[in-house]
Design a protein. Sequence first.
Length: 256
Amino acid sequence: MTDPSHFVEIRHAQKSFGALEVLKDISLTVERGQIVGIIGSSGSGKSTLLRAINDLDPLTGGEVWLDGVQVNQKLSHRKYEKHINQMRQQVGMVFQHFNLFPHMTARENVTMAPLMLKGISKEEANTLAKEQLDKVGMLERIDYYPSQLSGGQKQRVAIARALAMKPKLMLFDEATSALDPELVEEVNLVMRKLAEEHMTMIIVTHEMDFAASVCDRVLFMDQGVVVEEGPPDVLFRNPTQPRTREFLRKHLEGAK
């Protein structure tokens, strides 16, 4: 069993792709309502760790628990499919490249999963789409196709789609890194609003200012391990590990 006080618990996570070890014995916890940021260089294992939480990248070893239930259970294929579908309904995930269905409008992108997985009526789904698209400032473009939207608008629709399933946890995997600089803040504003509503979130990001202002805790990953973690004001201003200091120094130089 896992500690019931922890909302998300990752225990001794290991992940290898052949001989390449991407995650090396990572353990961490996230409490309900907490916002955790993950920073680090490309290839440090950040996205792999995030994807392991809903078993999109199954771990080679270790366990993932969500709200007292083990996500990566060893089950027969039929039982696993039922189990993982139930678990994934509790986790909203927003990817770097939107992953919207191009042949569907914003309304249709948002309503598809609730209609299929929750069995709600079209009327209920339509109301839900309006609520969630309004929340992210996209109600006026409810019947636009992705090709008619900017990158920031597409990402806001992707967030609305994830929220439509009423998840307990939101995962953001570099949600703004594919956007032009002027579009980044419109997506960050939506994420800030979710933070104000105490949505539990794990955010992989390269934006240090955003992580510093929104996250309760920040983890710095390097070469498959969590090198250092702590409150953002401590980690960014007074990191204890040389690898953390070097990463932040290079990032600050690159931002100039």
